[in-house]
Design a protein around this ligand. Structure first.
Ligand code: PHE
Length: 412
């Protein structure tokens, strides 16, 4: 069966001549880094949500934008391309650039794949975060799986013009118009200019909120098949301009095809890794997949608005030392020894010298029934090489305190 079909998230898809997903890529599907609490991508997602929740309030006092972060990355080719007016022969459909499950299904290449279905379901303003997949080289800033956040906002005639003096006389649409660099054929210039202004203002505010008011940004004209006009926003980072998002005024044909023919809209798609790399000075995109505590623990902030000062992982060598002890008898109380108490004790004595603690042996004596545990403590300093002697002193103190505080009996 495994040869004839591909299994993803519990579903099977028959293989055909388009199938090109690899086991390595499939192993990433379902990791959902953007939903992992305190992962840097989650942290950025939460900050963006908080920004939109507090700055864009609906008429009833409710948040204007709904947030979606659980849509499956397995989409139809129709969703990823056709629903966005991407022509059948467009180069972005290449097998060389995408991960296909078969001719009909693929791993989404962008979160825009969900624009049409969410508008069709009746939403006027939403944010959508998810993992996206593109075949690409692997280097410091490219990885075949990354994360995007999509934003869409639609406007009725009333919503767009009600704040404009004599706005009732204005109209979203015009007949017999022409497509120009500024606008689509069916749009009125005044409507497009207001939508474009709202789009750019929304994104400029978001970026200043994330990076601080003095961040330098610039708008660059570009092309997407599903927006016109289209723009990219670039942020100045370490002397270079870096593209962080694409956006534009949604193609009316797209909105018409999903029942929103009386509205105009804007859409944007931003790269969460790009933002996180700039914001936290993370040097390599592969770090986002790290399960290394030294990486992850730096993002465990009390408050999502608290600044994170990311420190590159130490290049200094680790030293490890094992500790084994007999657990206290469990006769009196079941919970006489808990692992987290031990971890806390290690942390309180070893502080930042301790990189990792792992259980390496859990042994029950066959005759006496006594249990013993052995943990490996990895010591490493961020800024210098530790000496055997200083590690020995810390380790001995941990041994001593474990006996004193946790009722264990050392086998030192
Ligand atoms: N989907 C586009 C990309 O991945 C970004 C985008 C989203 C552009 C929405 C316009 C509107 O590059």
């Amino acid at each position: 069966i495994g040869h004839q079909s591909v299994e993803v998230l519990g579903h099977r898809y028959p293989r055909d001549d388009f199938t090109n997903v690899t086991p390595k890529i499939l192993a990433k599907v379902g990791r959902n880094l953007h939903n992992q609490p305190y992962h840097p991508l989650w942290l950025i997602k939460e900050r963006i949500k908080a920004h939109f929740y507090s700055n864009y309030i609906g008429p009833g006092g409710n948040p204007l934008f709904s947030v979606h972060d659980n849509l499956s990355p397995v989409v139809t080719v129709e969703q990823n391309f056709d629903s966005l007016l991407i022509p059948p022969d467009h180069s972005s459909r290449k097998q060389g650039d995408n991960y296909y499950l078969n001719r009909n299904m693929m791993l989404r290449a962008h979160t825009s794949a969900h624009q049409a279905e969410l508008v069709r379901s009746g939403l006027d303003a939403f944010l959508l975060a998810g993992d996206v997949y593109r075949r690409d080289e692997i280097d410091a800033s490219h990885y075949p799986v990354f994360h995007q956040m999509e934003g869409v906002r639609l406007f009725t005639n009333h919503q767009l013009f009600s704040k404009v003096h004599n706005g009732e006389d204005l109209s979203l649409f015009e007949r017999g118009g022409r497509r120009t660099p500024q606008k689509q054929e069916t749009h009125s210039l005044e409507a497009v200019k207001l939508v474009e202004f709202d789009l750019k203002q929304t994104l400029t505010r978001l970026v200043s909120y994330l990076f601080g008011a003095d961040v330098e940004v610039r708008w660059v004209d570009c092309y997407f098949p599903f927006t016109h006009p289209s723009f990219e926003l670039e942020v100045r980072f370490q002397g270079n301009w870096m593209e962080v998002l694409g956006c534009g005024v949604m193609e009316q044909e797209l909105l018409n095809s999903v029942g929103a023919q009386n509205k105009l809209g804007w859409a944007f798609g931003l790269g969460l890794e790009r933002l996180a790399m700039v914001l936290y000075s993370i040097p390599d995109i592969r770090l986002f997949w790290s399960e290394d505590e030294r990486f992850l623990k730096q993002f465990r902030v009390q408050d999502i608005h608290q600044p994170v000062c990311f420190q590159a992982l130490s290049k200094y060598p680790p030293l490890h030392n094992d500790i084994s002890f007999w657990l206290p008898d469990t006769k009196d109380s079941e919970e006489s020894f808990t692992e987290n108490d031990f971890y806390e004790l290690v942390r309180s004595i070893g502080g930042d010298l301790v990189e990792k603690v792992t259980l390496i042996d859990d042994f029950t004596h066959p005759k006496t029934g006594r249990r013993s545990r052995c943990y490996r403590i990895v010591y490493r300093h961020m800024e210098r090489t530790l000496t055997q002697e200083e590690v020995r002193l810390v380790h001995q103190e941990i041994e001593r305190m474990a006996e004193a505080e946790l009722g264990v009996q050392g086998r030192y």
